[in-house]
Design a protein around this ligand. Structure first.
Ligand SMILES: C[S@@+](CC[C@H](N)C(=O)[O-])C[C@H]1O[C@@H](n2cnc3c(N)ncnc32)[C@H](O)[C@@H]1O
Length: 257
């Protein structure tokens, strides 16, 4: 008689709960120094930028660089595990006194002090599921900025998702188990999904589902127009020309009146 197959328990866990310690390795190909340089160039005309809020700060790679550039930095992220990784890095960098890190949701950010600059980078707006939620985020950000303050976000477009997100699969192994990553994009709903599967034991699997909504230029323009920000620019992230239909990713630069 054949032995009964053991039952496999599959649990859905929040995004980044298990991925957090792998995140920096996964993002190894990103040049954060250039990214920070881009942001500093955008705000160059404004010599009075001293305080920064890094929204969806993740493991703090940007926050640390801005603190080293002399800014007073706060960071907020919805994932306690990502904030945990950020705290370790900030501590190792000797910046524990200079960077304030908080677990929080960008859809309802609360601070008692104003900021000169807010950033929301690395698919920042794509984590917000529709234009209504982006509008709420813009409203809160506007309220939190000092007069003439800046909000700089980036946006992944449907074009980028069509070109790079369809049917990608990767297996990563290490001594703590690793993961399987499967990425796909639905052109109809414009939702890009990345599923990370972690084998905890032969009978236990944990799954993180990361969902992002891709936004095209017309949608982003409409969001900016509907926002309380009076001045805005939408630029191609490669060469900073005004974004067009061939742009895969935009920088959205909004300025409070
Ligand atoms: C791709 S990571 C980017 C992290 C970081 N900005 C970077 O450049 O490395 C996206 C981050 O957004 C955070 N996030 C997603 N939805 C959020 C929300 N509603 N409020 C705050 N953070 C959120 C995730 O927890 C994750 O750390």
């Amino acid at each position: 008689m054949r032995a009964k197959e053991p039952e496999i328990i599959r649990t859905i866990i929040p995004p980044y709960k298990r991925l957090a310690p792998y995140y920096d390795q996964l993002m190894d190909y990103i040049d954060y120094d250039i990214w920070v340089e881009d942001i500093l160039n955008f705000i160059r005309e404004d010599g009075s930028v001293k305080t920064l809020l890094d929204v969806s700060c993740g493991t703090g790679s940007m926050a640390i660089r801005f603190a080293r550039a002399g800014m007073q930095v706060s960071g907020v992220d919805i994932s306690p595990e990502m904030i945990g990784e950020a705290r370790k890095k900030v501590h190792q960098a000797g910046l524990a006194d200079g960077i304030e890190l908080t677990v929080g949701d960008m859809r309802d950010i609360q601070y008692s002090k104003p900021f000169d600059l807010m950033i929301n980078l690395h698919d920042g707006l794509n984590y917000l599921p529709d234009a209504g939620v982006v509008n709420t985020f813009f409203q809160h950000a506007h309220d939190l900025l000092r007069p003439e303050g800046w909000l700089i976000a980036d946006v992944v477009t449907p074009l980028l998702c069509e070109n790079h997100f369809k049917g990608y699969r990767e297996i990563f192994s290490d001594e703590s188990g690793g993961y399987e990553r499967v990425t796909d994009y639905d052109s109809g709903t414009r939702i890009a999904s990345t599923i990370f599967t972690f084998e905890i034991s032969p009978t236990e699997i944990q799954v993180e589902e990361h969902l992002q909504r891709a936004y095209d230029l017309e949608e982003v323009k409409a969001m900016c127009k509907a926002s309380p920000f009076k001045k805005y620019q939408i630029l191609d992230d490669e060469d900073f020309r005004p974004a067009d239909g061939s742009s895969e990713r935009f920088y959205v630069i909004l300025r409070k009146a």
